[in-house]
Each structure stands twice: as C-alpha cells, then as structure tokens.
Design a protein. Structure first.
Lengths: 114, 111
C-alpha cells in the first residue's frame, strides 16, 4: 500500500512569508503528527491531529498551525517565516495516534528560509 | 519530562550484534521507550517500543533495565543496510503525551 506522502519535497521561502505543507497519510490511518528536524535541536514534536481534531501540541509558537481534513489529509502552516524555521518537516501517520506509536513517516519537506 | 541521552556514534562489523544504549534516568513508571531509525534522506522508521518488559520483533530486541533508567536496542546480525541514525524516544502516556527525543546515535556497519 502507498506510504505517507509529503508535498512539496523542497521549498524556498523568504523571511516574513507564509508556507503551507501537505501530508497524505496511509489509507485508514486517522492520526497525523508533525515534527520539525534541525541539526541544532534535533527532532521536535509540533502537533498531532486525530479525526480532524488537534489532540496534542508541542512547545512551538502560534505561528505554527495545522489542520486535518475529513479524508485524514493534513496541512501545516507557518506564518511570518523566520530564518530559524529552516528545517526538515516530517509528518507521520498511525492508526491509534499518540505520536510515535508505531507511526509511519513521510520523507519530509525541506524548507529553506532566506 | 524524561531526559534522553545517547552516544553520538558507534561502529559495528557486518554480521555482528549491534548494542545501542540509551539513558533515560529520569523516566517515570508509566513512560514508554521507543526506538526509531533514520536512513539518510528518508523519514524515521519505527523499530520497537516497550514499557517494562523486554521486547523482541523481527527487526530488533529491546532490553530495559529493571530500574528502567536505561535501555539497549540490539540489532542481532547487523547488515550494511542497518547503517542509519538511531533515535531513542521516551513518551508519557495518554493523549496529552510529552515526547523526549534523544539526539541519535549514528551507527555505521562496516563490511
């Protein structure tokens, strides 16, 4: 079966702009969680959506937001981009949720803010 | 929240067992230990998880010490394809869980 698909794979944005990233989970999975990965901070949890509701969120500013649609696809939005937002953004889907519980990750979207 | 520490790197000979340690000395009794690995330019891949008991699956074994302050991931017969960064993660229970990610151990399997 198809894995987790993230689009786009690469993105370059200018400081102050906003960006929307997309994640299509594995069919049947109702949980989608998002992570930021940087060389300095490593992996950090952003938020999790389950059945269109945000179920949990990490310690990120309100500029980071997300949503989930009825087909379980999820989007993540970052407004007023800062240079420090440059990172690999990963999404993961799972049946039961709770973040890393037997989750399947996409290949990520590499965001560069200039 | 549990603080998770891992050695930055280790080498392993192909065909030998690779033992990857993780220290989570502040772990609470109801926090789970997860292991993932990330091969270059791919997303992390789930390996195994446990709470108190040792666990084994087709990929690896997870040994958790009796006091739960540390754990070891064992890859029984390492292959070149096991070269990756291995992450130890501690998760609190319930829907408002907290995640504590280790910085990862870069494992290089040599022929």
């Amino acid at each position: 079966k198809a894995g987790v698909t993230q689009t786009p794979r690469y993105l370059i944005k200018t400081r102050g702009q906003q960006v929307t990233l997309s994640c299509s989970p594995i069919s049947g999975h109702r949980s989608v969680s998002w992570y930021q990965q940087t060389p300095g901070q490593g992996l950090q949890f952003l938020f999790e959506y389950f059945s269109e509701t945000q179920r949990n969120k990490g310690n990120f500013p309100g500029r980071f937001s997300g949503r989930q649609f009825s087909n379980s696809r999820s989007e993540m939005n970052v407004s007023t981009l800062e240079l420090g937002d440059s990172a690999l953004y990963l999404c993961a889907s799972s049946l039961a949720g709770r973040g890393v519980t037997e989750a399947f990750f996409g290949q990520g979207t590499r965001l560069t803010v200039v | 929240d549990a603080k998770t520490t891992q050695p930055p790197s280790m080498d392993c000979a192909e065909g030998r067992a690779a033992n990857l340690p993780c220290n989570h000395s502040t772990i609470s009794g109801n926090e789970y230990v997860y292991w993932y690995r990330q091969i270059h330019s791919q997303g992390p891949q789930y390996i195994i998880h446990g709470l108190k008991n040792n666990e084994t699956n087709e990929m690896a074994s997870l040994i958790i010490t009796e006091d739960r302050k540390s754990s070891t991931l064992i890859l029984p017969h390492a292959t070149l394809r096991d070269t990756a960064v291995y992450y130890c993660i501690v998760r609190t229970p319930f829907n408002d869980y907290k995640l504590s990610f280790g910085a990862g151990t870069t494992v290089t399997v040599r022929a």
